[in-house]
Structure formats: C-alpha cells, structure tokens
Design a protein around this ligand. Structure first.
Ligand SMILES: [Zn+2]
Length: 284
C-alpha cells in the first residue's frame, strides 16, 4: 500500500478525500506504472504488506525520484509477513509476469527511512505462508553468514536470526496465534534483512528468483528447495569467494535439534551434494 490522492482497487479507481492513494492487491511490476507516479508526485510512500508490497513501494520512490528529479519521497515500510526483511534493505524485486522474469533493483536510496515492526499484523498469516516466508528468513541468514562480504556485525545479526527461526518458526507454523513466536520471527526477519543488506546473498537466491518466476513458486519455498544444495554458495569453489562449507556447517552445528546425517557421518563434513550439504540435516 502506498499513499497518493486516490484509492485504486483491483477493479478500478475510486476517488477519496485528501491526498492519499491506496493501491491494494496489485501485482508488482504490472500496475505500478511511471504515469501513476508522475501524476501524483507523492512526498510519502507507505508500504504496508508482504515483501512484494514493500518492494513495490520502494521501487515507486526510486523510479519517481530518478524520473522526475524531485526530492525522494519518504518511505515508511510496515511488513505484514516475517520474510523478506525488505523494510531494512536497499533491494527491490519487480516481476514481469508476461516475460516470466524478475528484475532486481539495488540502490542505497531505496532503503526505507522508517521501518515499523508490529508482529500483531502477522498473526493471521496462513501456515503455509508462514513456512515459506520463514524459510526465506533462514536462507537470508545462512547466505549472509556464508558470504565473503560478511563481517562481525553481519555475523551477529545472521546467527541470531538463524537461531530465532529454528526455534520459533515451528511454533508459529503450528499455532499462528502464538504471539511470542510471531514476535521472534518478525525480529529474525528484520535482523536477517540487515545482515544480508550489508553482506549480500548467495547463489541460492540467484537461482530461486529465476526458478520462482518460471515455476510460479513462492520465493521462500524456492529457497527452501535449493538451500540444502546451494547454501550460501557464491562464485564457484574459489576459497576467496566461497566458504559455504565451513560456515553453513557452523550454522548447522549450532542448532541442537539437528539430526545426524548419514552422508555427513561418512565423510565427516557434509552430504555428497557439496556445499552446504550438512543443511540436509536440519529438522524443522
Ligand atoms: Zn529472500
């Protein structure tokens, strides 16, 4: 949701009092046109919703600023799912449904000025969406931790997010009204976002974006399918750019509920899938 001067629903526009426009149920990248933005000249964009809504709100601010030369609208991000961490990142992913492609925008100016976290907004999120978005958080944490650009600061955020997801995602999945679990997951989502915004992500996300668009899979589920095979994977196997084996092993060992993995016992390192193979042993 973002503010302008009219209320525009999926079925058409309707005019409201004041200087706000609310767009609901939009498909990112399709309904958001340059004409919409230039016509209204917003000074504030409020992005309320899941990752797609917030990504779109950020892109609106960015495109409007670049196209008009006007001052950047203030962006207020209010997530209603615990997943992308988009409220604290400089990334935005826009879909082209006709082309079946997803385009990333990355610019520091897309970082929202204000992020508001209210876990009460997430208690009605369905269980399967909770699972998908929660696995996205887990993937952000692992990839940020395994990134060659990781630092002490991003490690701290990533490891805490990782631990919170492993402990509280099963609870939130089983009982969406579990307010403590919802709060912890919301914190984890934001922490993982802060981690990967500074440490970047890995090949798991690179593949997941393309795979999700092509197969129409939720983003978090695409990550969950790929994570055991490409956890934190960067560029090839060059030691300078690729340390997923060691670091994803750290994550796995830190989780007390993990199961023994037969392949891990055989070589003492991880499964035969290579990088991040020990992630096969995670048990949510
Ligand atoms: Zn993600």
């Amino acid at each position: 949701m973002w503010s302008c001067s009219r209320i525009c629903t999926e079925g058409g526009d309707r005019v409201a009092e004041g200087k706000q426009r609310i767009i609901q149920k939009f498909v990112p990248g399709k309904q958001v046109t340059l004409a919409h933005i230039l016509e209204f000249r917003p000074d504030t964009v409020i992005a309320l919703g899941g990752g797609s809504a917030i990504d779109t709100g950020k892109a609106i601010s960015f495109i409007y600023t670049k196209s008009s030369g006007a001052a950047k609208p203030r962006c207020i991000a209010i997530p209603t799912t615990s997943g992308t961490g988009s409220e604290v990142t400089s990334f935005s992913g826009l879909s082209d449904l006709e082309a079946g492609a997803k385009y990333p925008l990355v610019d520091d100016t897309m970082l929202p000025e204000i992020a508001m976290l209210d876990p009460a907004l997430t208690v009605t999120v369905p269980a399967h969406v909770t699972a998908d978005t929660g696995m996205d958080v887990l993937t952000h944490a692992v990839e940020a931790y395994a990134s060659p650009a990781a630092s002490d600061f991003t490690d701290t955020l990533a490891k805490k997010a990782f631990a919170l997801v492993l402990e509280y995602l099963p609870r939130a999945f089983r009982d969406g009204q579990d307010c403590e679990a919802r709060e912890k997951l919301h914190s984890a989502s934001c922490m993982a976002g802060m981690a990967f915004n500074n440490a970047t992500l890995g090949l798991c996300h690179g593949i997941a974006h393309a795979m999700g668009e092509l197969l129409h899979l939720p983003h978090g589920r695409s990550n969950a399918l790929l994570l055991p095979y490409r956890a934190g994977g960067g560029a090839g196997t060059h030691p300078t750019y690729y340390r997923a084996d060691d670091r994803s092993g750290d994550c796995s060992a830190a989780y007390p509920g993990r199961r023994a993995c037969p392949a891990e016992r055989e070589d003492g390192r991880g499964s035969q899938t290579g990088a991040g193979g020990s992630l096969h042993c995670w048990q949510l």
